[in-house]
Write a protein that binds this ligand. Sequence first.
Ligand code: FEO
Ligand code: CA
Ligand code: CA
Ligand code: CA
Length: 604
Amino acid sequence: AAAGGHGASRYVFDELSAGNDETHHIAAGYDADILLRWGDPITADAPEFDVMNQTAEAQLKQFGYNNDYVGFTALNDEGTRGLLCVNHEYTNEEVMFPGLGRQDRDGFAGMTKELVDIEMAAHGGTVVEIAKGADGKWALVRDSRYNRRITPHSTEMTISGPAAGHDRMKTNADPEGMTVIGTVNNCAGGMTPWGTYLMAEENFHGYFWTDVVDGEGKPDISAHADAASKKRYGVPGMWYNWGQHHDRWNIDKEPNEPNRWGWIVEVDPRNPDAPPIKHTALGRFRHEGAETTIASDGKLVVYSGDDNRFDYMYKYVSNGTVTEDAGFGSDLLSDGTLYVARFDADGTITWMPLVHGEGPLTAENGFASQADVLIDTRIAADLLGATPMDRPEDAQPRGDGTAYVMLTNNTRRKADQINAANPRPESSFGHIIEIKEEGGNHSATTGTWSILVKCGDPAIAEVGAQWNPETSENGWFGSPDNCAIDADGRLWISTDQGSSWGKTGKSDGLYALETEGAGRGTSKLFFRCPIGGELCGPYFTEDQETLFLAVQHPGTDGTKDFKGFERDSVFEDPATRWPDFDPNMPPRPSVLVVTKQGGGKIAV
Ligand code: FEO
Ligand code: CA
Ligand code: CA
Ligand code: CA
């Protein structure tokens, strides 16, 4: 049995102590090495990173900002060479650019076109070849022909599925409604059974701009023809001022542009020349992720949450079955049915199809075609009576017909808005739901659900947490976000408490959460982030000897009040300078690689 009273947990490692300081920590007996940092050159001809003189041209050949999803596909049978696929979700200007205070960022005063172009080049994704050396350590293969950046700055993509070419997808730059420049806010994602990389477009609304504001300075979209749709999606969010410098981000000039974002993007990591594809059959919403599995009947199934308070859990099921010759751009991702979940109090889950002409999804209700149903997925799901959730983040299927859904938190849910699947009002710490699809078949349209854990401190009664009592003071967590299943079918959870980490006093981290037997609901801490960082990834290689982790925005979340500092310039006065600890370098989002000292499977 493992030390520390975790006899019923199958994860073999000595639990780490929870806490919060300027660096990362991993359980004893493991290494967590930095593999890639923001700005690292990723092509042979890329310039070295010069943080004081950054340019968009340089950034297009360097690792992007705020690494989130990490995937891997092997290039040889031994699994010692492969392609690492990394999302770059968003940018934190106040940590990236010297001399730009928080004040400037909020008012966009300092955000010139030059800086906006760097931001666009720092978003998107990265594909790089990595190789495991004789010493068991992974390293970038910098001159690999596969290495490339995918950005909203300049990567052309095609559109597939029922919404491709629809009038609502057409813009001045793309009168056919078939091509888009890039992808944004790629949070989690997934790898397909055929080794391609899925990037989820999450908070795309934040990138759109209008010059028409009301008396309070808030966007006024009342003159827009599709105002109801824009309102339901939060467009324009005006989080970034790209629309002041580029027409396509300004909805006054390009009212259809937002319809071309909020999709799932497929990238072929083995073919750097292939334009990525936006697959509209998987619906348009704030996709947190896109984890795939092959159902027992052979169909491709993709689980994806809409990360917004009171939004929904979705899954997509292909019409065809997965065959050996399925590959990039497969019909399996354009010919299928999207479903939204209703969680009933009796413990059943019903997956309701979003199909034009079925139920309320008719022309009378504003849906002239399947393209309308998919462009306005949220409005269609509203009409079907889907269950409003506490921000569905990552969802992870396991081969046996089980799926785990991370509900991160929802402090705005009032007591009279609770439901069986979201039972806590003003939930600060979130919960995790386990779904068992009928017959162990992921393509089933019904199944059962239960709450695996309710997160937060079990020692504070008002929190209403629910853990296996074997869970130690170090092991409980708040705000589950990303998750992974290892080769042994065991669940791992990474957390994103945002600026509220002070409520737990713990950095974000990676937790091993037992789902089976007497240990069900027992959690153990394996890794923790430096202060102000959020943990993303996690991704295990097939041999379970390597675990990739991504630390996002170190030194930012919740550090404004850290030790009483009022940080006008996080760049000049960061809470940590992880991972370089160089006085001339701000903190940098980085991907880490975890291996067992001396080799072997992780947590076994
Ligand atoms: Fe990008 Fe839902 O976290
Ligand atoms: Ca996240
Ligand atoms: Ca995941
Ligand atoms: Ca999150």
